[in-house]
Every structure is written in C-alpha cells, then in structure tokens.
Design a protein around this ligand. Structure first.
Ligand SMILES: Cc1cc2nc3c(=O)[nH]c(=O)nc-3n(C[C@H](O)[C@H](O)[C@H](O)COP(=O)(O)OP(=O)(O)OC[C@H]3O[C@@H](n4cnc5c(N)ncnc54)[C@H](O)[C@@H]3O)c2cc1C
Length: 491
C-alpha cells in the first residue's frame, strides 16, 4: 500500500480531509492535477458553522485575519438577513478569497504529515476486497515528483470537483439540470462602495451582487438576462457596470478589474456518496449555483463528517455501518443545500415588476418574524444542520453541540486533535483507562455528553447508561486520548 487513504483533489474539501486524516495518524496521500497552489477566488463566504469547524482545528483566528466578517446580508430591495443573532461565536459570514481558505488548510495538512503530489491527474479508480488502485497520469511537461503510474490504498476519496474523474470511474450518474447561464464574475475596486455588507439586488432583466474582501477588492457577480452567451464569451467590465447600475442604481465606481470570467451553474447530486472503499465529497458529490455561498462550506462539512469515520475504519474500530453513515448523514444535507441555493437563485431571477414586489413584501414580512429569520440564518450559516438520531435514542443525539465552556477550556479547543470528547462532572463513575480524563463543564447539568470529533452529539445520558461502544473506543484509544480537564474560560 502507498497510503491508508488516497484523496483525489487538493481543493478545500480534499485539504481539510487530508489534514484530519494526518492528524489522526492515518497515512494520507493527496493527488492533485494542478502543478502549483491555487489562486482561485471562487468561493468568498465562509459561514458560521464552517468557522466553528475551523475553530475545532485551531484555524479560525488565522483565517479571520484574511477577510471581513459580515453580520448583515442585504438581499433583494429592502430585505435584510441579520446573522448577528446566530447562537455561535462566529455570528457572521467571513468574506475571504477561496485561496486563503485553501492556504491555511494546506499548511495544516502538510504540517501534520499529509503527502501532497502536485501535477498528478487521476484517470481511473478500481477496487477489490482489500483496497483501491488509483491510476495517475502526470500532467504534460510537469512531471510529478515520483514516477508512480498508480497508487494503492485501503480507501480513496474523490474530492476532485464538479467534473470528478473518480465519480466517472465509479460509473455513477450526476443527475440534475442547468440552473443559470452566463453569470459574470469580476474582482474589482470600487470608488463608491456600498455599506460594509453583502449587497444583492435585481431589476427583472438581471441582478448584481457585491461583497467586500476587506482589502480594497470587491467581488461582483452579475447576470444579464438580455445578453446570454456561452462561458467562453469575453466579459466586458462595462456590461457588469451597466447591470449593476440597473439593479442597484449605481455602478459603485467600479474599476481596475483583476479578474473577469463567465460561467454557468448546474444543480446536480450524485445518488451515492459511497461505493465500497471509495467515497465522494464536496463538488464531486453535489453542485449548485453560488447563491447563498454554500458550495465550499458544504464540501468542508462533508470532509469533517467523513474524516473521523475513515480514520476509525483504518484504525480498526469503525465498522461498515459507521462508514455508511457518511452517505446517510451528508446526502440529505447536500440535497437540502441544492434546494436552498436553487430557491435563492430563482428568486433573484424573477422578472415581472409585480413578482418582484411580491417577493420583496413577503421577504420583508417573513424575515421580520424573529423565529423565521432565525431559521433562515441557521440554514444559510449551517448552524442549523443536524443529523437524525437513531430510533430509540435521545432525540438530541445528532444535534450540533455549541462551544460549551469547560473548566479551563472550551469544547472546540478540546476537540482539537480529532477525538471524541466526554463532558460531565460525573465521568469519574465510568470505567475509563487512567490516561483518559473527561472534560468538566463550567456549568454542570448532571448529564454526561459524548461529543463526536465533528462537533455533533454522539450520546447523552448518565454514567450508568454509558454505551459499550464508547467505552471500547476510550479503551482502544485511551493512551492517546487528550486530557481536557482544566479551568473556565468563556469566549
Ligand atoms: C463564482 C463562484 C462563487 C462561489 N462562491 C462560493 C462561496 O462564497 N461560498 C462557498 O461555500 N462556495 C462558493 N462557491 C463554490 C465553491 O467554489 C466550490 O463549492 C468549492 O471550490 C468546492 O471545493 P472542492 O474541494 O469540493 O472542489 P474544487 O475546489 O473544485 O477542487 C477540486 C480539486 O481537484 C483537482 N482535480 C480535479 N480533477 C482531478 C483529477 N482528475 N486528478 C487530480 N486532481 C483533480 C482540481 O484541480 C482541484 O484542485 C462558488 C463557486 C463559484 C463558481
């Protein structure tokens, strides 16, 4: 075997996954077609739940310094969505270029020992009972660092984007449809920027969206119903200015574009996220329009869900059911994201004046009702994501656990290292190996909580009901389980 796990694609999804696997002590090789680091600014919004996942890896503060935290989304006309009330330390959306997110994830992955092979294009994947064979073609003129024509590992993950070679090698369909064509994208300077928030508006013949990166550059996405052309047609800044003027009443003094491109968006989802020893994650598994800024966020959360399960399988305590739970948990979330993003983009494309008036009135009305606004914010930010509790267990199982203050620490700090964390003043009554010290909540509740490495609740109850599988986990991993018993700090 060349590795325990081969990850195909060093985009955000593949890099987070590789870092987690390496941190868990799993030998991981990432095969990436590009020969150098990415300078993509495609994704720009990092939502609250993703920031929480980054915090569980000690990366949130570093990423936060590269962008601007936006607390209010100004949507169509006078509709506003307030993120400040989200029940999270990160009650905002961070606007930062995708390459910054990739940079921090790549640094972490390589520092933890993941092997990154650039200039290696994966052309095929086959599997047998014992492992996976990944065929590689060096990119012409840019030989890969070693001459391997194929790599073998116990498992492989296709995190190779929307045109995934891994998905094709598995023979899986990617059903769906085209949702919007001829979207124009520009990174520009503005001499009259809108207030510091994400702004979006439409006039029936198009829409314009503006977001500040926080360093003087702005991302603009514009769509012109009256000029629909193919992805390769050139983009003129003047057309983006005109669409922005129509939609927002001003072209905001747009100048000096550093990047102009045209693209289209499809809505698609693969029917299975797992085929035997091969998994799909990120855009390889689902794609949709950029509306809502959900794609990269969803891919990163796929990776956070899969990484500890794969590590468990490699290390011999994760069974087939645990591996299957990746599809069971993440496929419905992917479906929901495709629907949410699709609904937003269709609202943006409403044409008749009366339709836009109704959209605006209903939007203002609904987002003026606090529980509805909270639900929408929780959906967009990912804070509302939860996984179904197995039948017969406490219904809180599968819900997101917030950054609970612990004695001397807090949960998201304790989760660093990718392990389960047991929280409860009563944990001493459980038979745990001596090296394992449970975290003590700053405000004890009388219940014990077992938190999964990805920050969702695995179990809740009293010491007497502590599950056998959890006890086995701590005994197996006891020697290395992190000690998280310390003093109170609340962020
Ligand atoms: C204009 C625009 C704006 C967006 N804005 C947002 C946003 O604000 N927030 C958000 O969450 N999402 C956003 N997205 C979506 C986001 O960019 C993607 O969802 C995200 O990049 C997916 O990450 P990934 O790692 O799954 O795939 P990718 O980023 O596509 O990475 C896949 C990697 O695999 C490599 N690869 C491909 N094929 C092979 C092969 N055969 N062999 C080896 N390597 C291969 C590629 O080179 C690439 O590095 C936006 C998208 C667009 C187009």
């Amino acid at each position: 075997m060349d590795a325990d796990v081969i990850v195909v694609g060093a985009g955000p999804t593949g890099l987070l996954l590789a870092g987690d696997l390496a941190e868990a002590g799993v030998a991981v090789t990432v095969l990436e077609r590009r020969s150098e680091e990415s300078n993509l600014t495609r994704a720009f919004a990092v939502h609250a739940r993703t920031m929480e996942h980054l915090e569980m890896r000690g990366l949130a503060d570093e990423l936060a310094t590269t962008g601007t935290a936006i607390r209010t989304l100004r949507l169509l006309d006078r509709v506003q969505l307030d993120l400040a009330a989200l029940p999270s330390t990160f009650a905002s959306a961070l606007v930062t270029p995708q390459y910054q997110t990739e940079r921090v994830l790549q640094q972490r992955a390589t520092a933890l020992g993941a092997r990154l092979v650039h200039g290696a294009e994966v052309t095929g994947v086959t599997q047998d009972e014992h492992g996976v064979e990944v065929a590689v073609r060096p990119i012409a003129g840019r030989p890969i660092e070693d001459t391997a024509a194929s790599y073998r590992a116990a498992y492989a993950v296709g995190a190779d984007g929307v045109h995934s070679a891994v998905r094709q090698a598995l023979g899986l369909p990617f059903p769906g449809r085209s949702v919007i064509k001829s979207l124009m994208l520009a990174d520009v300077r503005l001499s009259s920027p809108p207030p510091d928030m994400l702004s979006l508006n439409s006039d029936g013949d198009g829409f314009a969206f503006v977001a500040p990166f926080g360093d003087g550059w702005y991302r603009v996405i514009a769509w012109n119903r009256l000029h629909q052309v193919g992805d390769t047609a050139p983009v003129e800044l003047e057309e983006i200015r005109e669409v922005t003027r129509r939609a927002m009443g001003s072209d905001l003094g747009m100048h000096d574009p550093r990047w102009l491109s045209r693209f289209h968006s499809d809505e698609r989802q693969v029917p299975r996220y797992r085929v035997g020893r091969v998994f799909l994650a990120g855009d390889a598994a689902h794609c949709h329009s950029p509306a809502g800024g959900l794609g990269m966020n969803t891919g990163l959360q796929d990776a956070a869900n899969l990484s500890w399960k794969l590590a468990a399988a490699v290390q011999g305590w994760g069974n087939e059911r645990l591996l299957d739970s990746y599809h069971a948990e993440r496929h419905p979330i992917g479906r929901q994201v495709v629907r949410t993003s699709g609904a937003i983009v269709r609202l943006m494309m409403v044409r008749p004046r009366w339709g836009r008036a109704v959209r605006s009135a209903i939007g203002q009305l609904l987002l003026g009702i606090p529980p509805v606004a909270a639900r929408v914010a929780a959906t967009i930010s990912g804070i509302g994501i939860r996984y179904p509790a197995p039948r017969g267990v406490d219904p809180r199982v599968g819900t997101r656990v917030p950054d609970i203050p612990l004695v001397g620490s807090r949960l998201y700090e304790a989760l660093r290292g990718g392990r389960f964390v047991l929280i409860g003043a009563d944990a001493a009554r459980i038979d745990l190996p001596p090296q394992v010290d449970a975290a003590v909540p700053a405000r004890p509740t009388g219940e014990l909580l077992l938190v999964r490495p990805d920050g969702y609740l695995a179990w809740i109850g009293t010491a007497a009901g502590f599950p056998a599988w959890a006890s086995e986990y701590f005994h197996r991993r006891g020697g290395t389980t992190k000690v998280v018993n310390s003093a109170t700090t609340e962020r």
